[in-house]
Design a binder for this molecule. Structure first.
Ligand code: GLU
Length: 360
């Protein structure tokens, strides 16, 4: 009997153990189901950078590590998201072209339109990160979180900032609070709007600042949002990535003492459809540069004054407005270029273009 009982209990114990294991697996499946599905689109940059030396933070190879290795390097991501990755490019962002920008943005748009994706994280070199982020902010037709992240130290460096930036980025991309706020840049424990943020320092991890307008939030273990973005973005803009096949050439000309018209002439000759003039102060333009701008506008180009000070509003100037020289509002020259490219896919009307600059 006893033996019989023991014999009868053995399979029962096994069944119980199996049931327990199944239960645990089901629970873990359930847990996975409750996690947000985050897709990571990798483009390269320092966050994917590597060097032989752990102390080298400048002379490394950007874009050396692939997307799977980036995800594997931070196993804690699995606790906060169902994460999977795609390699869009593996470049230093100084080499980001309009073509790659379109490829990335179209893919982000497709993924965000899918029910299987709750949010996107784009990994990117920091040098031109703000341009890509602002472009995404204007062309993606979705409320779902869209986060752009980079790092200032390569993955191999002591105190690499990539893993914590990536963890925070995924956390924000998976959060309900980040919905409807446009493209967000998450770096150094801050959450910034793509519209306001800019790179301010060549090497330090706190390089991204939203100097005049402020950040939208911080990550201090939890996510804390403080502000909303006042400018139109994503669903509220006239631009839809699904409908943009190519972008026109827009060049930036820097204003300086003794500048002339010849750079304008060169841009026209090279096929530019628009020019951003990074003027001094409040978008001031020298008399010589004005001649170049006038000649370019006569050929049908749109010319927008921004400011090399990178802060403050370039205000309308009645005299220059009469000459159809537009003003960039508070967009710095590189973001003004992004908006002018998009504006020119819709219109050549200076008044309409100025409205875009005022509202976006
Ligand atoms: N120049 C490289 C890039 O923009 C590295 C800069 C960085 O990612 O911090 O991708």
């Amino acid at each position: 009997m006893i033996t019989g009982c023991a014999g009868a209990n053995e399979p029962l114990n096994e069944t119980r153990a199996e049931a327990k294991a199944e239960n645990a697996a089901a629970k873990s499946d359930q847990k996975q189901k409750n996690l947000p599905n985050i897709r990571m689109l990798a483009t390269g940059g320092t966050i994917a950078g590597a060097d032989k030396s752990k102390t080298s933070t400048t002379n490394y190879k950007a874009g050396a590590v692939g997307v799977d290795a980036l995800i594997e390097a931070v196993p804690e991501l699995q606790d906060i998201a169902n994460i999977s990755g795609e390699q869009i490019a593996n470049i230093g962002s100084q080499n980001m072209t309009n073509q790659t920008l379109l490829k990335l943005s179209k893919r982000a748009g497709e993924l965000l339109a899918s029910d299987d994706v709750d949010g996107i994280v784009v990994t990117h070199g920091t040098d031109t990160l703000e341009e890509t982020a602002y472009f995404l902010n204007l062309v993606i037709k979705s409320d779902k979180p869209l986060v752009i992240v980079g790092s200032m130290r390569p993955s191999t460096a002591i105190g690499a900032d990539g893993p914590s930036n990536l963890y925070n980025a995924v956390k924000v991309a998976g959060s309900k609070e980040a919905k409807g706020k446009g493209a967000l840049v998450v770096m150094n424990d801050r959450i910034a709007s793509a519209r306001y943020v800019t790179k301010t320092n060549t090497t330090t991890p706190d390089t991204f600042k939203s100097e005049e307008m402020g950040n939208l939030g911080v990550i201090a273990n939890d996510i804390y949002f403080f502000n909303d973005i006042a400018k139109k973005h994503t669903k509220e803009t006239d631009f839809d990535i699904a409908k943009i096949a190519r972008l026109p050439q827009v060049d930036i000309i820097y204003g300086y003492q003794s500048d002339g018209r010849y750079l304008f002439d060169a841009a026209v000759k090279a096929g530019a459809k628009g020019i951003i003039y990074a003027g001094s102060g409040n978008g001031s333009i020298s008399d010589e540069a004005k001649k170049g701008a006038a000649a370019a506008m006569k050929k049908g180009l749109a010319v927008v004054r921004s400011s090399r000070t990178k802060n403050g509003v370039v205000t309308p100037n009645p005299e220059l407005e009469k000459a159809k020289l537009l003003a960039s509002n508070s967009l710095n020259p590189e973001k003004a270029r992004i908006l002018l490219m998009l504006a020119l896919t819709k219109t050549n009307d200076p008044q309409k273009i100025q409205t875009y600059f005022n509202e976006y």
